[in-house]
Every structure is written in C-alpha cells, then in structure tokens.
Design a protein around this ligand. Sequence first.
Ligand SMILES: NC(=O)C1=CN([C@@H]2O[C@H](COP(=O)(O)OP(=O)(O)OC[C@H]3O[C@@H](n4cnc5c(N)ncnc54)[C@H](OP(=O)(O)O)[C@@H]3O)[C@@H](O)[C@H]2O)C=CC1
Ligand SMILES: O=C1O[C@H](COP(=O)(O)O)[C@@H](O)[C@H](O)[C@H]1O
Length: 487
Amino acid sequence: MPRAGSVAYDLERNDWNTSSLSVVVVGASGDLAKKKIFPALFALFYEGLLPPEFHVFGYARSKMSDAEFREVIASTLTCRIHARERCQEKQEEFLRRCYYSAGQYDQPASFQELNRRMGEVEGACGKPRANRMFFLSIPPNVFIAAAGGAADYCSTRTGWTRVIVEKPFGRDSASSAALGRGLAAHLREDQIYRIDHYLGKELIENLTVLRFSNLVFEPLWSRQYIRNVQIVFSENFGTEGRGGYFDQYGIMRDVIQNHLLQILALFAMEPPISLAAEDIRNEKVKVLRSMRAVALDDTVLGQYRSRMHGGRTLPGYLDDKTVPPGSLTPTFAACAMFINNARWDGVPFLLKAGKALHTRRAEIRVQFRHVPGNLYKHKFGPDLDSATNELVIRIQPKEAIYLKINNKVPGLGLQLDTTRLDLQYQSAFNQKELPDAYERLLLDVVNGDKRLFIRYDELEAAWDLFTPLLHEIESRKGGRLVGQVAT
Ligand SMILES: NC(=O)C1=CN([C@@H]2O[C@H](COP(=O)(O)OP(=O)(O)OC[C@H]3O[C@@H](n4cnc5c(N)ncnc54)[C@H](OP(=O)(O)O)[C@@H]3O)[C@@H](O)[C@H]2O)C=CC1
Ligand SMILES: O=C1O[C@H](COP(=O)(O)O)[C@@H](O)[C@H](O)[C@H]1O
C-alpha cells in the first residue's frame, strides 16, 4: 500500500506550526520500549520525520530521574541509524527532549503528576495545541488500568489523544471481548491503535502493491491457479528469558492468531474500493469471517527440546528458568486453514510458526497448480511437484520476491531446469537497511492512519477462529500440548 505521502508529518491532518507532539511510553523501563520503541522514535527523529516540537515521556513504576532515563535511552540507540553521519549530535538533541515520570499504573495521582509535567513541557514550547500519543508497552494485567489513567487524567484538551496497544489482545474470544470493553470504557475506537508489527514490515506493506498494481498476479490469485499458500515463521532462538510471558500464551497466540493470520487476510482479501483504512479493513474482516475455525485434525503442535548444534548444547524450552517445570505449552504449531468463499474454496492456507528452529525466516510461499496437459511433462520425471511454479515473498531476513519457473537450460539439447526470476531487495534498491516496522507504524499513528492497525471486529473474528481449538487443547489432560517433537 503506498503511503499517504512521502513526507513525514502530514500537514493536511496535523498542523505542526501550531501544535506539538508528546509521545508517552508507558512501561518505559521494559524490554519492548528499549528494544524497539526508543530506537524507532530516534530513527524517525534522525530522519527529520517528527515535528519540530516533539517530546518523549517515559512512565513506569521504576524510580528514575530524567538524567537516568536519558542514559537508559542512550544505551538503546544502537539501532540502524547508529553508524550514520552526525548520529552523536542528533542523539544528544533527541535525549534533551526526553523526560521521565515514575508512577503506578492504577493510581490517578501518578497520572495527574505525569499530566502536570507534560503540560509544563508543552506549555514551554509555545504551541497552542498539544497532541498526545501513548504507547502501552506493559503486560496485559495492567493494560486497562493504564489505559484508563492515560485517557482519564492525561488526555489533551487542545489536540488529539491516541493510544497504542500491544498484543496480546486477550487469550481467547471472551478475554479479548473483556479487554475491548475495558478499553471502550475510557477511549473511543478511533483513539485505539492495536499494533501488529508484522503489518509494518516492508514486504507486507508491498503485498497489496504487488497484487493490485501488476496485471500478471491478480488474475492468478484464486483457487483456479493456486494450489496452496504457506505462511511460515521460524526463529532460530528460543524464549530466552521471555518464558514467563510466552508460557501463558504459546506459539498459536503469540504468532499465528495475529501476525500470520493478518498476513493471510491481506493476501486473500478482495480488491478494496480504495486504499482508505476502513475499505482495507472491511475486506480483511470479510476474509476472516469467511474462514472456518481451525480444527484439531488440521493442527500439529510441538515443543523444542535440547539439541546439539556446532558442538554446543542448545537449551530446550523446559531448560529456560522462566518456564514453569513440565510445561506443555507449544513452541511450534502448524495448521491448515480454509476460506469458504468463491475465490479460495478448497485451497489450504498452511500457517506454520516455531521457536528454536534451524533458521530465522518469515515468508509467504504460493504454490501454483500443475500446468494442464503440460507438453514437457516427460522432462520432469515422476515428481511433477518439483516443477511447480512457486512465488516466494520473503519477509525477512534478506527481503526478496522470487518466482520459480521452468526454463530451458541454454544449449543445443532440450534440458529443463527450475530457476528463479529473482528480486532481491538489497541489490535491487541499493538499500543497506530498511526501516524497522515500528518506525512505519509509529509514524502512521502520528498521521492518524489506521490502515495497518487491527480494528475491533477483525480481532473478534480472529479469536473466533482459534478459540475453540485452544480450549480443546487446553482441556485435554489439563495440559496445553498434544504432542511433543524435537526440532
Ligand atoms: N518484548 C517484546 O519483544 C514484545 C513485547 N510485546 C508486548 O509488549 C508489552 C511490553 O512488553 P515487554 O517490554 O517485553 O514487557 P516487560 O515485561 O519488560 O514489562 C514492561 C514494564 O512493565 C512493568 N511490569 C512488568 N511486569 C509487571 C507486572 N506484573 N505488573 C505491573 N507492571 C509490570 C515493568 O516496569 P516497572 O516495574 O518499572 O513498572 C516493565 O519494565 C507486553 O504486552 C508484551 O506482550 C509484544 C511483542 C514483542
Ligand atoms: O510478536 C512477536 O514477534 C517476535 C518476532 O518479531 P520479529 O519482528 O523479530 O520477527 C517474536 O519473537 C515474539 O515471540 C512475538 O511476541
């Protein structure tokens, strides 16, 4: 999907001559804030993509002064911008705009104090309007309290207030609905931005461009030509200290129900009537509602065990000290899903995700049907599948789009081989690094662009597809895992 414009802040929606922007990171002492949010904000600032009067406020229970907070942020800025020209100078400028306020997530007085500090800083910059963006980077048990604190005591009176919510958005349909009601008690839907960072990845942003701006793909995009679609996520590292969170959720909730299902919806949707957020989200939700819930018979689950690699013993899931002993939580899952509509009837969408596998990779693999009455059939031997055309969209690493085709090997004989039409991003676009997904998504929130955020009804439809299976698995033997496999 093309961006609304190449400029950073959209003057049609935000007049930065008369307004300021404050970004509040709630849970500023945490892992996500340090790993993703601060580096992304700095990258946007470095690129000149944030408005002139821009400030960052950290909020968490940990006690810190502004100076200590700036040190924490400075230690996180080893991001993609690090080696760039004038990075040090820009960092110092960025850090001068950062403030910290300690407080509890459920205490009005703490949020009132945050509001007072924000007002002070915003007031000093002399702009009559103040816009505020909150990123709730905290565990789910304090989501609602913090959303309430931010909305009820820190909403701006002169501009917009927007709140970014991180996954997990509940554990099943009922808890997600409860979370939705909790948020709705404090915020309007148009203020809530449910982030799924996979939607901010470059190749996912490109998916609709590929489909809808090339004549060659869209006519093939249906059951008539596509045999199956595989959406694959694998990581070559395990939970590594995040077991406390992960064990409560498992790979289905952590990756498949959100990241992979969102990719599926974008991949399979009908052409939207425009690129407007609601038109795109209307089409995505139709796909989700046309799907049948995942069946246990169509699912494989597993958990990684310890294994040897390069002379080293890699820990198993249960060796992670943050994982409860004897846990049956799946770290690997594969499931076949089906869309009951005219375009996709009978085509399996295989969603696979696993931690601590051999490689780190995320990709979409589209396998086409065999060529009817293929004149060269005898050249392929008995395994016609090896001659299947396949379109691969590699989301990460080494972003690429390639199409496997059958081709004559040059020379006098008639030998066929499978080769690739290959678009490798690094060489094609001469770009050493792509912006991180959080950069794109944070900028979208600043611009009020919701195309890449999850609407409430999409979330509801997504949980409806997985809740029966998750409940069935968890009711078996009081555990969460059906089978155990070594990676
Ligand atoms: N880390 C990641 O890679 C990803 C995280 N997420 C989601 O983002 C959110 C933040 O993640 P992450 O930064 O890893 O989380 P953390 O566990 O690091 O928690 C963030 C902050 O919240 C406070 N906190 C932690 N536990 C509790 C608790 N039980 N009660 C109240 N406050 C608590 C702590 O701050 P203090 O004690 O100072 O108040 C902590 O620094 C979560 O919802 C997570 O699921 C989503 C995708 C990826
Ligand atoms: O949301 C999550 O995503 C990460 C993978 O993100 P990536 O951008 O590094 O591919 C995953 O490790 C984590 O378990 C999950 O919560």
